[in-house]
Design a protein around this ligand. Structure first.
Ligand code: ADE
Length: 230
């Protein structure tokens, strides 16, 4: 049977999951807390990493290598780039990139380092499951590119750069690093985000207002997906 990792970056992103799962067993490891649990007969390990690419890399690696998870689902919030995305809307990443990875001085593309790739693709089967869940619940989901970087973007200028360079639909701070880990270890993964702000100059204010609500929307969707994963 599959063992499903569900991770977020912040406590608010995993709290709605922990409220609904059963048989929780807390495990402290590598300066973080991992919650083994079950949901509708499925084995889960839930954790939030803390914000950013480094912490999320550590948590994703731990979920796969120490806890032996065979699928990873990420739940959280993002800033919208695509104008079709509004607060509370869901985006499924079909691929992710690191918008702040920059060795362009050596003639490389933005987001590229030798032996890496600008974009990492998510698992197509998990995306299909998500689309079925969306259809069943009459929920709108957009499938697109998510750009990740170690910065909270609250600038229309930076947002425009990320849009024009990567054709990204949304941005956040962990997805691409989790993608790199799962891709390297050949574990199917899925990144879901609900919009908390539009990454413009007032993004900080919107984030504070909408983050908790959007995190719940994402977490509830992820739990419904869990029921449909074999
Ligand atoms: N997550 C949610 N909103 C964000 C933003 N504006 N920048 C980076 N990460 C985010």
């Amino acid at each position: 049977m599959s063992k499903i990792a569900i991770m977020g970056a912040m406590p608010e992103e995993v709290a709605p999951l922990l409220e609904r799962v059963e048989n929780i067993n807390k495990v402290e490891y590598a300066s973080n807390t991992y919650y083994e649990a079950t949901y509708k007969g499925k084995e889960l390990v839930i954790a939030y990493s803390k914000i950013g690419k480094v912490f999320s890399t550590l948590t994703a690696s731990t979920l796969l290598e120490k806890f032996g998870c065979t699928t990873l689902l990420f739940s959280g919030v993002a800033g919208a780039i695509n104008p079709k995305l509004h607060i509370g809307d869901l985006i499924i990443a079909d691929k992710l990139c690191q918008h702040d990875l920059d060795i362009t001085i050596f003639g490389h593309d933005h987001g590229y380092v030798p032996e890496g790739a600008v974009f990492v693709e998510t698992d197509a089967k998990l995306r299909e499951i998500a689309k079925e869940v969306a259809l069943k619940n009459s929920l709108k989901v957009i499938e697109g590119t998510i750009a990740t970087g170690d910065q909270f973007v609250a600038s229309s200028e930076r947002k425009a750069f990320i849009e024009s360079t990567f054709s990204a639909d949304a941005l956040e701070m962990e997805g691409a690093s989790v993608a790199v880990v799962c891709d390297a270890l050949d574990v199917p993964f899925f990144i879901l985000r609900a919009i908390s702000d539009t990454a413009n100059d007032d993004a900080g204010v919107d984030f504070d207002e909408f983050m908790v609500g959007s995190a719940k929307i994402s977490a509830n969707f992820i739990l419904e997906m869990v029921e449909n994963i074999a």
